[in-house]
Design a protein around this ligand. Structure first.
Ligand code: 5RP
Length: 234
């Protein structure tokens, strides 16, 4: 990632936090190199005393560690503190289509990110302009989280749906990425335009699939950072 792209990610993160986050909110904090800028902005505003009484839910190990560094109080989604749900979740995305439907899970956290999105009153996505696409599923692979025992059968079922399937490999460890839930990730790509709404539902019908990276049923507000400024798409 070049410095320019990182500056755009930071711009999107700051804009969303400054517009949407208010004291007393219960926040879902997303995962990835864009979402981390939103987490840092929340931490900065808390440190400056401009945001108070924030309670957060971190969608991944990465985000949890950042919350710890920045003294952002964070709790489980099952905790008493968050039992009534979240006011707002801010997260990144890998692709966004013209209807604000998404592919997420480049960081492998889509299962918990989807839980946060569905537990939230409001949902904001922050991206740089490189994430905007006309059709989901042709460029960035769609991650499918699968229990390890389903690897072969689920791969065959995915191929029947027209997908090319690649097991996500770990870096600096031989073998697959193992998610926070002990599962593997099958990254799938399509050669043809697909209906992401139907595909999101179809993928989750395959036995052993826990969740997939299409986010089509919950419509976010999208903060797109362009070299010309921030574009807010509802
Ligand atoms: C992690 C995600 C991320 O939000 C998505 O991959 C975008 O990441 P980045 O901002 O680093 O490009 O869904 O599971």
């Amino acid at each position: 990632m070049d410095q320019n792209q990182n500056s755009l990610k930071e711009m999107a993160g700051k804009a969303a936090v400054d517009d949407l986050v208010k004291s007393g909110m219960k926040l879902g904090l997303g995962t990835g190199s864009t979402a981390i800028h939103a987490v840092r902005r929340v931490g900065e505003l808390i440190a400056q005393g401009k945001l108070t009484n924030i309670t957060a839910f971190a969608t991944s190990f990465q985000t949890e560690i950042e919350c710890e560094k920045l003294n952002i109080p964070h709790f489980s989604l099952n905790s008493k503190q968050l039992a009534d749900g979240l006011d707002l979740t801010i997260d990144g995305a890998d692709e966004v289509d013209p209807q604000n439907r998404l592919i997420k899970g480049g960081g492998g956290a889509m299962l918990i990110e989807k839980l946060a999105a569905y537990a939230s009153q409001a949902y904001a996505i922050i991206v740089d302009e490189s994430k905007i696409t006309n059709n989901l599923g042709l460029g960035f692979p769609v991650p499918v989280e699968v229990v390890p025992e389903a690897r072969v059968q689920a791969s065959k079922a995915l191929e029947k749906l027209g997908a090319n399937v690649i097991i996500r490999e770990a870096l600096r460890k031989a073998g697959p990425v193992i998610t926070e839930h002990g599962n593997i990730i099958l990254d799938i790509k399509f050669n043809m335009v697909i209906d992401p709404v139907l595909m999101e539902a179809e993928l989750n019908k395959i036995p052993g699939v826990v969740e997939n990276g299409f986010f089509t049923r919950i419509k976010p507000v999208v903060y797109i950072a362009r070299t010309t400024g921030i574009d807010i798409r509802k």
